[in-house]
Design a protein around this ligand. Structure first.
Ligand SMILES: C[S@@+](CC[C@H](N)C(=O)[O-])C[C@H]1O[C@@H](n2cnc3c(N)ncnc32)[C@H](O)[C@@H]1O
Length: 207
């Protein structure tokens, strides 16, 4: 039972809580999106070009969804998912008529119609407060069956205040190694300033 004499807990407004869509709606609405690369990153394009066949792909927290447009151009089946309606409106403008399944829903609760062979990560994990990281790891493992891949950019540094929230290599390993094995890990040379020198391209194979 709570102590009636205790001071009221300070709860931040929704647009100051990154776990809430309003946080992101405000920033997309005001055009303040310093994480947005405005392009298809090189390691992603290279990885996609190396795949022998299209993979059913999920891009969680897709934001502007540049990469979804690239996959659709190549004829890949792709779902771009974001829980911010304003982000989804932004993505819709960028995607035009591209054959992308653009979904406004919460990564942690949406019901996928079928399993994904690839989940692409960029600036989504680092957008999540630390208290959601375990759930992220479990949800990724749930969405990708054995033989599937998680590939993308990871913001590896000690930056507890965010977003972007940095994750240490050993913390990322703790989230993923129960279900995945890392099969690629390289430095990134086309980072935008907010991530520069602190992100790596990694690919993880679901066991
Ligand atoms: C930092 S932005 C990155 C956007 C994009 N991935 C990029 O690289 O530009 C994080 C995005 O994740 C979305 N997001 C955060 N939590 C989410 C959740 N639980 N479900 C779906 N989208 C979420 C936000 O709305 C925002 O568009």
């Amino acid at each position: 039972m709570s102590d009636p004499a205790a001071p009221p807990t300070q709860i931040k407004p929704d647009d100051q809580r990154p776990e809430h869509p309003d946080f992101w709606c405000k920033r997309f609405g005001e055009g303040v999106t310093p994480w947005d690369a405005g392009k298809v990153p090189a390691a992603f394009a290279d990885f996609i070009a190396r795949q022998p066949a299209p993979l059913n792909t999920l891009i969680p927290g897709c934001g502007s969804a540049w990469e979804a447009a690239h996959l659709a151009e190549l004829g890949w089946p792709v779902t771009a998912l974001d829980f911010s309606p304003v982000a989804v409106t932004t993505a819709r403008k960028i995607l035009g008529n591209a054959a992308v399944d653009l979904v406004c829903d919460d990564f942690f609760t949406f019901a996928p119609p079928r399993p994904y062979q690839l989940i692409y990560e960029r600036a989504f994990l680092c957008a999540l407060p630390r208290k959601l990281w375990d759930d992220w790891g479990q949800r990724i493992a749930e969405l990708v069956p054995s033989g599937g891949l998680l590939a993308g950019y990871f913001f590896l540094c000690d930056q507890p205040k965010g977003p972007p929230f940095g994750i240490l290599p050993e913390q990322l390993d703790a989230l993923l190694t129960p279900h995945f094995a890392r099969i690629e890990d390289v430095a990134v040379d086309d980072s935008i300033p907010v991530f520069s020198g602190r992100e790596r391209w990694q690919v993880w194979l679901r066991r």
